[in-house]
Design a protein around this ligand. Sequence first.
Ligand code: SF4
Length: 365
Amino acid sequence: MYQAPLPTVYADMTPEEADARIVAAKKVLGSRLVVLGHHYQQNAIIRHADYRGDSYKLAKDASRHPEAEFIVFCGVHFMAESADILSGDDQHVILPNLAAGCSMADMANLFQVRTCWQELEKVLGPQTKITPVTYINSAANLKAFVGERGGTVCTSSNASKAVSWALEQGDKVLFFPDQHLGRNTGVALGYDPDSDMVVWDPFKPLGGNSPERIREAKFILWKGHCSVHKRFTVEQIEQARREHPGITVIVHPECPLDVVRAADLSGSTETILHTIEAAPAGSTWAIGTEINLVSRLAKEHPDKTIFCLDPQICPCSTMYRIHPSFLCWVLEELVAGQVPNEIVVPPKVKHFAKLALDRMLTVCS
Ligand code: SF4
């Protein structure tokens, strides 16, 4: 989405000034405000967050504050949409920079997914039941698409339960937008990544597959990926093991299958966090996830050696767009009685998206 440039006074602000003004604005707004900070945000933002977490945990944290008029979501667009779906009608969800999207979520749009669904129905016929599963990293209208068709949302923590449930509902699962999470989940459930899965390329007829392969496959995996987690490689794991004998490697399931297989452990952001917290002092860890989180973990656990699996890794560039000057601007606008950058999911989309999110809660509880 388009974000208008910040007024000069904010664009030219020093980090110290932004920091002090954010603290002051938060104080004025008091309990009318909740600030949520995703784990991948920079420290200059995280220090102002009332809650830290992954996207779903943060939406739930916000729902514990029905008295808060304003929920400022320091994350990316689909997260603010989920918070709006799960929050009260009289609450306003604000994304400090509208240009903070997610490149993975943008790899599937409603038109493409509808086209895919129609093509699958044509090839498979009415006797075959397909259950759609969308990763929480997707636009609200895709969550609504799934909700309307009896499917569910999943997170990287509960993908296994959600996909098992989806398989019980019918013959096949259409999983989008992250092929890697879909593949890793299917493999963990005992399916073969070659014979049981096809990848759907939205830019090719039939997703680039023959009708026979689609009929044989149990999983249709959308050709999407996370640009951060796709960078991790088996070579990096081998190098870490050569240089640090006795090391444990833990990676996020948005990483490619060969990386997940080569690692010692894999799990969601929250799992990585809890694993490191519970690890013994003196242990050494290479982590395959976003650098802001890894650096923070290293700082918060000085008794352990912790580093990112990819020494060259860049932060998630879209998360990085939530710069302190944007946070300062939205908070001061709120103090002045304006509501900037509000994320509003249309009522019909909200209804079906909530259905899919509620189904996830039931299925994965
Ligand atoms: S880390 Fe990957 S999945 Fe997460 S917001 Fe950034 S691009 Fe999207």
